[in-house]
Design a protein around this ligand. Structure first.
Ligand code: HPA
Ligand code: ZN
Length: 334
């Protein structure tokens, strides 16, 4: 079997995916027209050429601007539906999907609108394609923790449709400890916890995400290699790392794919997973991320199957569903 068919065929889970980061330029233009929103670009192609990033913040500025075209329940349903179709085509059986409520509530678009749109597309994809999904509500860390707490309150009526809380946006200067209170409140309400840490921030932020937030997975986490003791702990406890190779190159976390430390993390025994982060902005969906890592880091098929296995084990799915997916993976990868 060709490498590409193998990669796309591997049964896998996606655990690091921002739904607002799946907004393709073409859909952005369609929604802008539908909603009468002016975009400062003349075409989808011209917009694509603006996707030259120097770091996380240079991306976030464009990403928040793009999300401004998302207004109606249908917009959120179309966005979610398009992602789930693509994920299904890449062998994703289950996705745990970030959304940024504050990006929408600050524009007076409420939970009732985006949650209804998401739910409609999630149900439809589950019925038509068999792909299941869960939602992770992220707090924007560049905004005060009091606003994160207000967001958790606003989510109250929808908590049965939210699996976990997460933490994203500008990392440096916004340590996880700022959000210890709102994470404790979220965990008290039955939510699981993950957090972005160690993308641009230091290993100390990863330790704080684990100790102060109770994070069960670390999103990105690649800078953990700067702290061998912490890496040893994450290997011992098999704390999953949701690594996003194409994102890391686009945002200059590593100069080239050949410089990426994914292989070192895998060789150390870390529970590495491969994910797409913001695929509409970074040049590829999850299958492209597996492929880029396979080609440039010379991952073997056994390595790729191990990464897919890690992704299934790292989900928040019940044990019986995990076991069924692992059986399916073993049958494919044998
Ligand atoms: N890091 C932090 N915040 C984000 C990202 C990311 O990679 N993508 C979307 N929001
Ligand atoms: Zn991310």
């Amino acid at each position: 079997m060709e490498l590409e068919a193998y990669v796309r065929g591997l049964p896998k889970a996606e655990l690091h995916l921002h739904i607002e980061g799946t907004l393709e330029p073409e859909l952005m233009f369609t929604l802008a027209e539908r909603n009468g929103v002016d975009l400062p670009y003349r075409s989808a192609d011209e917009l694509r050429t603006a996707y030259e990033f120097t770091d996380l913040q240079s991306f976030l500025d464009i990403y928040y601007q793009g999300a401004g075209v998302l207004i109606t329940e249908d917009d959120f349903a179309d966005l979610m539906g398009a992602y789930l179709e693509r994920a299904h085509a890449d062998g994703v059986r289950h996705a745990e999907i970030f959304f940024d409520p504050q990006t929408h509530t600050e524009r007076s678009i409420g939970f009732e609108t985006f949650m209804a749109g998401f739910a409609r597309a999630q149900q439809s994809a589950a019925e038509r394609l068999g792909i299941t999904s869960a939602l992770i509500m992220c707090f924007l860390r560049h905004l005060p923790a009091t606003e994160a707490a207000a967001t958790l309150d606003a989510a109250g009526p929808y908590l049965d449709r939210i699996e976990a809380v997460g933490l994203d946006s500008s990392e440096a200067g916004f340590p996880p400890g700022l959000f210890a209170g709102v994470y404790a409140a979220a965990r008290d309400r039955g939510l699981r916890a993950v957090a972005h840490a160690g993308e641009e921030g230091p290993p100390e932020y990863i330790r704080s995400a684990l100790d102060d937030l109770g994070a069960e997975r670390i999103d990105h986490g690649v800078r953990i290699v700067d702290d061998p003791d912490l890496l040893a702990r994450v290997v011992r406890d098999q704390v999953p790392l949701t690594v996003c190779p194409l994102s890391n190159i686009k945002l200059r976390v590593f100069d080239t794919m050949a410089d990426h430390n994914l292989t070192a993390l895998l060789d150390a025994g870390a529970a590495v997973t491969i994910n797409s982060d913001d695929p509409a902005y970074f040049g590829g969906y999850i299958g492209d991320n597996y492929l880029a890592a396979a080609r440039d880091l010379e991952l073997s098929r056994a390595d790729l199957a191990q990464v897919a296995r890690n992704s299934i084990v790292a989900t928040f799915l019940p044990d019986d569903r995990k076991a069924a997916l692992l059986t399916e993976l073993d049958a494919f990868a044998r």
